[in-house]
Design a protein around this ligand. Structure first.
Ligand SMILES: Cc1cc2nc3c(=O)[nH]c(=O)nc-3n(C[C@H](O)[C@H](O)[C@H](O)COP(=O)(O)OP(=O)(O)OC[C@H]3O[C@@H](n4cnc5c(N)ncnc54)[C@H](O)[C@@H]3O)c2cc1C
Ligand code: FES
Length: 356
């Protein structure tokens, strides 16, 4: 399941000074594996001087576009994003896992639904995929995009969004919020904070008429928007969040700490992957993913920070606690799903399956 496949780069477009859009083509045999759902991401891997790095990039194509595209924005000092911006060219081969992620909601034809999306910087990538797909597949729907950037020159997909607005007249509204550039309307200048959201919800967006909200951008912005929606009594089930990176340090595993000292140092772990179950002993306090990989199990992972959910598995026996979870919904945790990169077993025996 965690197998990587070669994807040929068929086009590289410089989107802004600091971002590229890469079009990729799987080989004929791999094509079905790269069917995706709007809002999903690809995990790439590359060897940097003997060290393998894995990074996620969201697919920005719509389902009906017939392309597989990702947008990669430079992160200052970042290894993969700068390498990609400086080096990737048509004809290159990049290795990626099949699409993953659950940042989407069903599109319902004839729903008449109104979707609201907030994107910050490169957070536009999965949202573009969702908007393109929704407008094409649900002809009665409307989308409002609030897109935050530093300046006009850093707006990714600016022209593509304008074209979409013209193609779907009256169905896509875009509000650009620019941090450092004055605009005709004061409300649209600055950062998205609670005050700005008050202004948007009182004059520009009717929160009560919104059926679903998608949010992807810097973590503080996402939290502020989620809180503003909660304050307006938006049901949690209507809010979808995708985090690219967490600024929060890992939470301490409280139950784990409470038990320290009274338990045996080792536990028994069973891991099922691709129909095969392997059982091994592992030290308590080590993340299950690390222990599995140390036993030559090719368990999938990418961020190793509890953000992406590439390492998701389901507990079939025993109990565990996550140090950090920015990817699984509460109901998934209740159903036994766990991010294995953050998973510290609490019981003397733990069994998980990746085959879900
Ligand atoms: C689900 C998901 C989807 C994503 N989709 C996209 C997308 O569509 N587009 C996009 O552009 N990004 C996306 N990302 C983010 C992307 O995966 C990478 O995290 C991002 O490109 C940075 O990777 P990097 O290798 O360039 O940076 P890294 O090398 O990981 O560095 C990140 C930061 O850490 C600092 N740093 C690195 N090493 C050290 C060190 N030893 N000590 C101190 N500081 C250090 C760097 O200076 C930099 O500021 C997504 C992430 C997730 C989880
Ligand atoms: S590898 Fe990203 S959440 Fe575990």
């Amino acid at each position: 399941m965690s197998r990587f496949h070669p994807l040929t780069v068929t086009d590289v477009r410089r989107e802004t000074r600091d971002a590229i859009v890469v079009t990729l083509a799987p080989g004929d045999d791999d094509r079905p594996a790269f069917d995706f759902i709007q809002g999903q991401y690809l995990t790439f891997r590359r060897d940097f001087d003997g060290q393998e790095l894995r990074r996620c990039y969201s697919i920005c194509s719509g389902l009906d576009d017939g392309t597989l595209r990702v947008g990669i924005k430079r992160v200052e000092g970042g290894a993969f994003s700068n390498w990609a911006n400086d080096n990737v060219k048509p004809g290159d081969v990049m290795e990626a896992m099949p699409p993953q992620g659950r940042f989407y909601g069903e599109t319902e034809p004839d729903s008449g639904a109104h979707y609201l999306a907030f994107a910050g910087g490169s957070g536009i990538t999965p949202i573009l995929s969702i908007i393109r797909t929704t407008l094409a597949r649900d002809p009665d729907s409307r989308c409002t995009l609030v897109y935050a950037n530093r300046a006009v020159s850093t707006i990714m997909f600016r022209e593509e969004l304008e074209d979409l607005k013209n193609s779907y007249l009256g169905r896509l509204s875009i509000l650009h919020i620019l941090e450092t550039e004055a605009q005709e309307i004061d409300l649209f200048t600055g950062r998205i904070d609670a005050e700005k959201l008050d202004g948007l919800f009182s004059g520009w967006i009717d929160a009560e008429g919104i059926d679903r909200v998608y949010i992807c951008g810097p973590e503080p912005m996402m939290i502020t928007i989620r809180d503003a929606l909660r304050a307006r009594r938006m049901e949690e089930s209507r809010i979808r969040l995708e985090l690219f990176k967490s600024d929060q340090p890992g939470r301490l595993a409280q139950a784990m700490l409470a038990r320290t000292g009274s338990d045996t140092a080792e536990i028994e772990a069973s891991v099922t992957l691709d129909g095969r179950t392997q059982t091994f002993r592992m030290a308590r306090g080590v993340p299950l993913l690390d222990a599995a990989r140390a036993h030559d199990i090719d368990a999938p992972f990418s961020c190793k920070a509890g953000v992406c959910s590439t390492c998701r598995a389901r507990i079939t026996e025993g109990e565990a606690e996550m140090m950090n979870n920015n990817a699984l919904e509460d109901h998934e945790v209740r159903d036994g799903y766990v991010l294995t990169c953050q998973c510290l077993p609490l019981t003397d025996k733990i069994a998980v399956t990746y085959d879900i």
